[in-house]
Write a protein that binds this ligand. Structure first.
Ligand SMILES: [Zn+2]
Length: 319
C-alpha cells in the first residue's frame, strides 16, 4: 500500500474540523480588525526565499523543498509566507496604492525538507499576519496585543510571550560584528558549519544544536542597545503588559537569547508558547519587525512587522 510521505499528516473528520475551525476563527478575528485577506502560490522562484530568508539560514541551506522541472527557473515550495506576501503586494501595485498601514492575513501550508520528528513536519500549516507601513513603537504594541488577544481567544491554556529586540538595523550589524569577533577566537572548537557561519551570519551559531557550539555560546556577548532603543523596548514591553495583564492569561518574559531563525528581523522579535501548571509547549509561533525586506523586494522601502503561527503546533499544544 502506498503511504503518505514522511513528515506529513492527513486531516480526517474531527481533525479536519479542528483545523478549519482555527482558520475560520483566525479570519473572522482579523477581518474585524480590518485586515485584508491574501492567498499566494505555494511555490515561488527559489531566489525569493534565498534573498529574504537568507542564504546562510538552515531554512535555505538545508530545508528548502526544491522543485525539479525542465525549465531553467528554479522553484521552491514556500518555507514561510511573509516573502510571498510582500512579493504579491509589490507585484500588484498594492504597496503603492493601498493606505498605510497595509494589514494582511493569510494562511495555508508551508514546506520544509526537515528530518521528520515530533513538532517538525515537512508540510505544516501556518496562520500569518503582516502589518506594512509603520515603524513607530505603538505599531509594535498594537500588533503584538492583537496577536495575544487572538491566541487568548483560541487557547484554554495560559500563554507565555517571550520577547526581545535587535534594537535597530545598525545595532544588529554592530552586534553581528561583536559576535564574529567573539567566535573568531574560538573558531577551532566550533562545528564545521558554524566555522563557515561566523563571518557571514554569526547569529546562526547561536541557534546551533551542536553541544560544543552551545557551550561556546553560553558566554557570547549580548546585544548592547543605545539609550533610545532601550527605552523604546522597555516602554513597548510595559505598555503591552499593562494592556494584557488584566485578564491574567498571558505573561511576558524578556529573553535576550532569543534569535529567530530568519535573517530579516531588524527590531522587536517575539515568540509564543502555551503553558499549564506543569508543562510548557514548544513555540507555537513567532515573528518580529523587519524594516528592510519590503525595500529589498520592491522599489518602495516600507517598514513592517509580522508573525507566523503553526496550526498543528497550536492544536497539539491545546490538547
Ligand atoms: Zn555549530
Amino acid at each position: 500500500m502506498i503511504q503518505r510521505p514522511r513528515g506529513t499528516v492527513d486531516f480526517i473528520d474531527e481533525q479536519f474540523k479542528q483545523k478549519q475551525d482555527l482558520e475560520r476563527r483566525f479570519s473572522d478575528f482579523f477581518y474585524k480588525k480590518n485586515y485584508i485577506g491574501i492567498e499566494t502560490p505555494l511555490f515561488e522562484s527559489k531566489d525569493l526565499f534565498v534573498r529574504t530568508v537568507g542564504d546562510q539560514t538552515d531554512i535555505v541551506q538545508k530545508e528548502l523543498f526544491e522543485l525539479e522541472q525542465k525549465s531553467d527557473t528554479k522553484y521552491a515550495l514556500r518555507p514561510e509566507i511573509t516573502a510571498s506576501i510582500i512579493r504579491a503586494l509589490a507585484e500588484s501595485g498594492s504597496l503603492k496604492t493601498k493606505p498605510k498601514p497595509i494589514n494582511v492575513f493569510s494562511y495555508g501550508p508551508c514546506f520544509r525538507y526537515e528530518k521528520p520528528q515530533k513538532g517538525r513536519r515537512r508540510q505544516f500549516n501556518q496562520l500569518d499576519l503582516e502589518s506594512i507601513g509603520r515603524s513607530d513603537a505603538s505599531s509594535d504594541e498594537e500588533f503584538i496585543v492583537n496577536v495575544v488577544e487572538f491566541i487568548e481567544l483560541i487557547s484554554p491554556k495560559k500563554i507565555l510571550l517571550s520577547i526581545s529586540t535587535f534594537g535597530s538595523e545598525e545595532r544588529k550589524a554592530e552586534y553581528a560584528k561583536d559576535l564574529t569577533k567573539y567566535f573568531a577566537d574560538k573558531k577551532d572548537s566550533l562545528c564545521e558549519l558554524c566555522q563557515k557561519r561566523i563571518d557571514k551570519n554569526p547569529f546562526r551559531v547561536l541557534d546551533c544544536k551542536n553541544p560544543d557550539c552551545k557551550t561556546i555560546c553560553q558566554d557570547a556577548p549580548e546585544i548592547s542597545l543605545n539609550q533610545e532603543e532601550r527605552e523604546r523596548f522597555q516602554n513597548t514591553v510595559s505598555n503591552i503588559e499593562q494592556r494584557i495583564s488584566p485578564k491574567g492569561q498571558t505573561s511576558i518574559k524578556i529573553d535576550k537569547t532569543m534569535v529567530r531563525g530568519l535573517d530579516y528581523y531588524t527590531g522587536i522579535v517575539f515568540e509564543f508558547s502555551l503553558v499549564d501548571d506543569e508543562t510548557r509547549s514548544g513555540s507555537i509561533g513567532g515573528g518580529g519587525r523587519y524594516d528592510n525586506l519590503v525595500g529589498e523586494l520592491s522599489s518602495i522601502n516600507l517598514p513592517a512587522i509580522g508573525v507566523g503561527l503553526g496550526v498543528e503546533r497550536i492544536i497539539d499544544a491545546i490538547e
